[in-house]
Design a protein around this ligand. Structure first.
Ligand code: NAP
Ligand code: F7E
Length: 372
């Protein structure tokens, strides 16, 4: 039985990857941080009661800033594969805590690689590093002749997050070349799901769409509506991570859908799932979205009501304007075929958030009806 260790197991990708590896018959170990409140919601369905826990699933307390516990966990687990997904992954927040991000996302990667080397596991343990399209920085002149970023495009990170991840990228490549380690970077473009953190733009939009449609919120405030992203589904992307570590030769791969969409259009797609058409008027910080029509009897809003506005507090000091990745290498070499397209992703996120908001609404009503 293969043994995998996942850092960042409590995150979006960690939870999907854990499910995938368990399905494939792996023994899965995960690193979770100690927190003052529960942080295991995304994996609770796997790990419900530690006394009746999934027999092939174990969690260890740990933190990527602490090399002593990284070494101890890797020594105990003796993994065949390590997926280093742990990170402070929010680009905007990285401007507020740049040193912490460098420590976790940059040096944290080194701690994993060095632990494997110190323990003499270079030949046994394969390492996947969660690299990112943020390395490209969205500079138009760095795209290839087909208009995509590919594995040869130059990097130009535009945030402390991107700068920390670029160290993680190069140190992974360096350990591969210097010590013959099977260490690979997956350069993943944005991937989303119903489990996406609530402060990333797609989930913020689908949650707010559901809340507005159900009368629980008045207006959705967003930042840069002009940003364009290449969005895929996290379930498809964790499959690619696994495939990267099953190859004969360790290499780096871009994982992307090869299509890009404006944030504004993602808003329109989300609202259209509940039968609401939005018309955008105005420009820059004055741009606003209004209800143009409502075709679903369950979700009726006043026509002409303003429900979207721009709030500059969500702008970033430096923005990545446009990302679009070329998945040719991953499709041909890894045989990776995504099952979801953007429409399918939005549909799934909206269905999940409608249920979520309905449940919250019901709980609120129950609580307010109880006379304490
Ligand atoms: P996520 O939902 O934010 O999850 C991040 C995980 O890292 C969480 O489990 C978090 O733990 C953990 N973590 C944070 N700080 C840590 C620390 N100091 N020590 C150990 N663990 C720590 O991110 P995701 O979307 O699943 O992304 C997974 C990885 O892929 C990240 O490295 C991210 O940077 C990278 N990536 C993501 C995308 C994307 O579009 N999703 C694209 C490219 C690359 P808590 O639950 O306790 O916070
Ligand atoms: O922003 C714009 C924002 O925070 C997407 C991480 O997983 O993917 C993610 O990073 C775009 C940006 O993701 C709001 O300015 C507009 O242009 O969802 P996001 P991100 O920054 O692309 C990469 C690949 C990673 O590696 C990261 O870990 O949307 N935007 N209005 C907004 N963004 C947010 N968060 N909130 C807004 O209100």
């Amino acid at each position: 039985m293969k043994i995998a260790l996942i850092t960042g197991i409590t995150g979006q990708d960690g939870s999907y990857l854990a499910e995938l590896l368990l399905e494939k018959g792996y023994m899965v170990h995960g690193v979770k941080r100690r927190a003052s409140s529960f942080n295991t919601q995304r994996i609770d369905h796997i790990y419900q009661d530690q006394h009746q826990a999934h027999v092939n699933f174990t969690l260890h307390y740990g933190d990527l800033t602490d090399s002593t516990n990284i070494i101890r966990i890797i020594q105990e687990v003796q993994p065949d594969e390590i997926y280093n997904l742990g990170a402070m992954s929010h680009v905007k927040v990285s401007f507020d805590s740049p040193e912490y991000v460098a420590n976790v996302d940059g040096i944290g990667t080194l701690r994993i690689l060095e632990a494997v080397r110190i323990l003499g596991l270079e030949k046994k343990t394969r390492i996947y590093q969660a690299s990112t399209s943020e390395l490209y920085g969205g500079l138009a002149e760095n795209k290839n002749e087909k208009g995509f970023y590919d594995e040869h495009s130059p990097f130009y990170p535009r945030s402390p997050y991107g700068a920390a991840k670029i160290y993680g990228f190069w140190i992974t490549k360096n350990y591969r070349e210097a010590y013959n380690m099977f260490a690979c970077n997956g350069i993943l473009f944005n991937h989303e799901s119903p489990r996406r953190g609530e402060t990333f733009v797609t989930r913020k939009i689908t949650m707010a769409t559901a809340a507005i449609a159900l009368g629980e919120q008045d207006c959705l405030y967003l930042g840069n509506l002009e940003a364009q992203r290449d969005w895929g589904h996290a379930k498809d992307y964790v499959e690619a991570m696994w495939r990267i570590l099953q190859q004969e030769v360790p290499e780096d791969y871009i994982i992307a859908m090869g299509e890009t969409t404006y944030v504004r259009d993602f808003v329109k797609m989300s609202f259209s799932e509940v039968g609401i058409d939005i018309e955008f008027r105005g420009e820059g910080v004055d741009e606003k979205g209004y209800v143009a029509s409502c075709s679903n009897p369950d979700y009726q809003l006043e026509l002409g009501k303003q429900i979207i506005a721009v709030d500059p507090q969500y702008f970033r000091p430096t923005e990545v304007d446009l990302l679009i990745g070329d998945p040719t290498k991953s499709k041909t070499q890894l045989g990776w075929v995504p099952k979801y397209d953007l429409a399918g992703l939005v549909k799934e996120m909206m269905a999940s958030d409608i249920l979520y908001v309905k449940k919250e609404k019901m709980l609120k009503e129950v609580r307010s009806s109880i006379n304490y």
